[in-house]
Design a protein around this ligand. Sequence first.
Ligand code: ADP
Length: 620
Amino acid sequence: MSALPDTGSSGLEAFTRLVGRLPEPVLACSAEGEVLASNPATAALLAKVQLTDVRLVLPTGHHELVRACLQHGEAVQDAEARAGARTLAWTYVPAASDGEAGPAVHVFGRDVTDSRQTEAALRISEARHRLLAEQSTDIISRHTPGTWTFLYASPAATTLLGYRPEELVGVSSLDLFHPDDRRTYKERAPTVAYERGIYVGTYRYRHKDGHYVWLESTSRTLRDPGSGELLEIISVSRDVSRRVLAERATRRLARIVEATTDLVVFFDGSGRITYLNEAALRTLTLPATGNRPLRLRELMPPAAYARVESEGLATARATGTWSGETAFIDAKGRELPVSQVILSHPDEGDGIEYFSTVVRDMSERRHAEELVQRHQHEMAHVARLITLGEMASGLAHELNQPLAAIVNYARGAIRRMEATPPAEAEVIKGALERIAQQASRAGEIIRRLRGFARKSEFQRLPIDVNAVVREMLRFCLPEARRHGVHLAAELAPHLPTVLADRVQIEQVLLNLLRNAMEAAPGDASGGIASPVLVRSDLTAEGCVAVHVIDCGPGLPSTDPEQLFEQFYTTKPKGLGLGLSISRSIMEAHGGQLWADDNPEGGAIFSFTLPAAPASATPGI
Ligand code: ADP
């Protein structure tokens, strides 16, 4: 196609000169829209789209566009027209010519195929993003830097925070934060949000109805590529309330597991321990950070572990739980009786992920049970004693009569002998006097016993301790012989009297002498008898002291004081009350009773009694 028809017009000539080399198509049109001339680029375009008539590549409203352009005297921009597969944008500009012959309008074409395609693609992508944002269950939002004011919020804002998106636009996120989180954010935000570009934070947002929702926001800063200026912040916020609450619940549970006094142990199917709580470490005296993995079998005695393995784990696997009484051993090898519960924790599939066991140390309880048992044992003893007391009281009543009769007969016999003395009158009289004396003493003891049963007060009179010792030694002679024991005394002369209940002091002495005789290695066959020595003396404090010394097995090495505990006895028929009662008697008298080891082997039981005040007169 010829480039330009030669019209001879000066306007067209000027046009030709002007646009001849332009790469885009340019036309010169008359006021009626007739194409008067075109540049070579127009011809090239027509060739490219395989058309011959330039009118086919102009906008459909070409004539109206020319008219509008002339009417308003200004350019009409970017009127689009299809040219085959291409898109052209034409701009109509009124020509600056004055003559009639010159063109009225210049029409500039531009191939916008590529940019239109790009724009269309952009529109699609934008629509896709919008759709994504609107479909998302997370809140997608845009914010101004600094105040975090919402520029946009996706519809999920309604579901998560109760606000319609348009209600949020213009509102600062910070105003929705929980006050504590606002503070935290303000401390952290400048460094993270503005410097590193991406920022993840978990905050409580106030829901429209007032409650708080935990949102985890991932934010990104958008900057001007040229200046680097911070333009806006884009955030994706997800509701993590359930996760946060679950985490808190887990943390709470973990704290409970840590703090409980029960032992909590986690282990896998092979018995390898993965966790021990504080109580387990403490009770089993294990170091907090062991350097090698422990196995459950190392913490249990073999028999207990065998039971857990065969019965416990099998049941827990099948039913989820097992409980039983087993035992653990601590690092020092001490065995602890325990009550144990095993739980199995299934994995995602059919298997068991791990086991946990809660173990209660029963040592204390066992100890308490033993105490209760001992107490019951003691109660049984007490019951026996009460019966014994009642029997004794009855017996005392019964015995009083014959004893009185003995005394009367003995006295009667003495009187008769005095009237008509036989040959050995003195010997018989002596014997009869002893009978009467002993019978009176027995009567006295019985009277006291009954008094004791009635809980009446005892009599305190000044007594000569040496005399009591001598009498008790005499009293014990037959028993000493039976035991093959030799009784001896080393009594200090001129001891002061003591203010005491004679029968009670006799009771104490009798008890000490009996214990000594029972402890002494006796020889009833008439061989060398082992001695039991009673010694009396005056202490530096002016008390009268009596020591009963034997050469028996001596005191127990661990805790000699236990001998004085009620019901402590090593004798098959013992009551274990003698020493405890004796000590109470001595203490009631202001004295003391204690035991020492005999340096020559055996034991020394001693008591002291304060001397009677000088005004007190000797009784017997
Ligand atoms: P019982 O004689 O009924 O056992 P006691 O209270 O008199 O009650 O004595 C308690 C225990 O103290 C005795 O069983 C014995 O084991 C121990 N005991 C008492 N006296 C001696 C002693 N002289 N030598 C060694 N052990 C003794």
